[in-house]
Design a protein around this ligand. Structure first.
Ligand SMILES: NC(=O)c1ccc[n+]([C@@H]2O[C@H](COP(=O)([O-])OP(=O)(O)OC[C@H]3O[C@@H](n4cnc5c(N)ncnc54)[C@H](O)[C@@H]3O)[C@@H](O)[C@H]2O)c1
Ligand SMILES: [Zn+2]
Length: 352
């Protein structure tokens, strides 16, 4: 199995590292296929091809942007195209895009003829710190997210942070919440540097922060690829976050981006961490005041809180009717699978 190594700039650009990687014997006579969407086609593909000559003859497949592309039907169309093009098992798929392209492309590659090799080239902050790493590939079906998928690691993940220069601010902000989550788990100094930057209006993560997040996720995944234990620490903010995200998509409500929902989820889960595990109050306050300055935080009425609690019970990770969360004892000390009562959830949601 591949180890999904991360190509990150050392002295040279990570695209130079990618060129060297693709010149290995393992890729002799390889047919390369690049999956892109409309935005990565115009903003990222020219730079990729200009710097990675090994990809000059690559074939491109464009898929619809975002969740519209991450559909089983689109995966079916891609498999059909691969079959009609007589693509064999030696071909390599490169996913040039955000989490949607990586999730879709990884799924398509890993299922075709029992598995083509694939490489992720993330172009959003969310994908660089999270989605492109860890081998979870999936598509949506009938509006249910990530319901058809597998776990298979990419050959490599090439993180080229200059791609972020064309990313819309809202997308960057969404990724910043995932970066905050990971830094809270792994690096107190970088976490505080990012929080301080955000408080003074800087809406970006440095290369050092992105690298720290990517390497930490990679290390956690190496210990627990199939999500049976330590990997669940990465769910911090997501138990409440997924419910808040699903609720925000209902008619008449303001839709939250995934990262924003995770930010709301983290406020609730850090509050619970404080109440149940003694997570420092000043850190909880600092996170919530920073997050709530970044966008208009939702407030929930009592009936809405009940609906959110119901949504958490429907979550695929909810076992035996008991909602469980990853909570924090302190920065860098997560505790996975903490049981949370419905009253505790109500309390945390009403505190928002
Ligand atoms: N597999 C995992 O472990 C994992 C983890 C987190 C999220 N995800 C998935 O990732 C998806 C979200 O990913 P995302 O937030 O990266 O969004 P996305 O892939 O939908 O991209 C967001 C938008 O940015 C555009 N874009 C991408 N790169 C750009 C660039 N460099 N310049 C300009 N525009 C650019 C895209 O075309 C799209 O319009 C969700 O489907 C989520 O389920 C997966
Ligand atoms: Zn997430």
């Amino acid at each position: 199995m591949s180890n999904g190594q991360i190509l990150f700039p050392e002295q040279r650009s990570s695209l130079v590292s990618l060129q060297r990687f693709l010149c290995r014997r393992a890729f002799d006579n390889t047919h390369f296929i690049i999956i892109i969407d409309e935005n990565t086609y115009s903003h990222c593909l020219p730079e990729l091809i200009a710097n990675v000559s090994r990809l000059e003859d690559a074939e491109f497949f464009e898929v619809p942007v975002g969740e519209e592309g991450k559909e089983l039907a689109i995966a079916g169309q891609l498999w059909q195209t691969l079959l009609e093009g007589h693509v064999d098992r030696e071909a390599v798929v490169l996913n040039l895009g955000g989490g949607s392209v990586c999730d879709l492309g990884g799924f398509v590659a890993s299922q075709y003829k029992r598995g083509l090799r694939f490489i992720n080239i993330p172009t959003t902050l969310t994908a660089m710190v999270d989605a492109a790493i860890g081998g979870k590939n999936a598509v949506n079906l009938n509006g249910v997210k990530n319901v058809v998928g597998n776990i298979r690691l990419p050959e490599a993940v090439c993180i080229h942070t200059p791609f972020l220069s064309s990313l819309p601010v809202a997308q960057v902000e969404s990724g910043l919440f995932e970066a905050l989550k990971t830094l809270l788990l792994c690096d107190e100094a970088l976490y505080h540097r990012l929080v301080n930057g955000l408080r003074s209006g800087v809406r970006e993560a440095s290369d050092e922060m992105i690298r720290a997040c990517a390497q930490f996720k990679q290390a956690v995944v190496k210990q627990d690829l199939y999500d049976g234990g330590v990997r669940r620490m990465l769910n911090l903010g997501h138990t409440v976050g997924h419910a808040v995200e699903a609720f925000s998509m209902r008619p008449g409500r303001k839709t939250l981006m995934h990262g924003q929902a995770v930010g709301v989820g983290m406020c609730c889960e850090l509050y619970l961490s404080h109440r149940k595990l003694g997570f420092p109050k000043e850190e909880y306050d600092l996170f919530c005041s920073t997050a709530s300055r970044m966008f208009c935080f939702p407030h929930y009425s009592l009936p809405e809180v009940e609906e959110l609690v119901d949504l958490m019970h429907q979550d695929k990770k909810c076992q035996q009717q008991q909602v469980r969360c990853t909570l924090m004892k302190d920065i860098g000390i997560p505790v996975i699978d903490v049981e949370i009562s419905d009253n505790e959830l109500r309390d945390a949601l009403l505190k928002l």
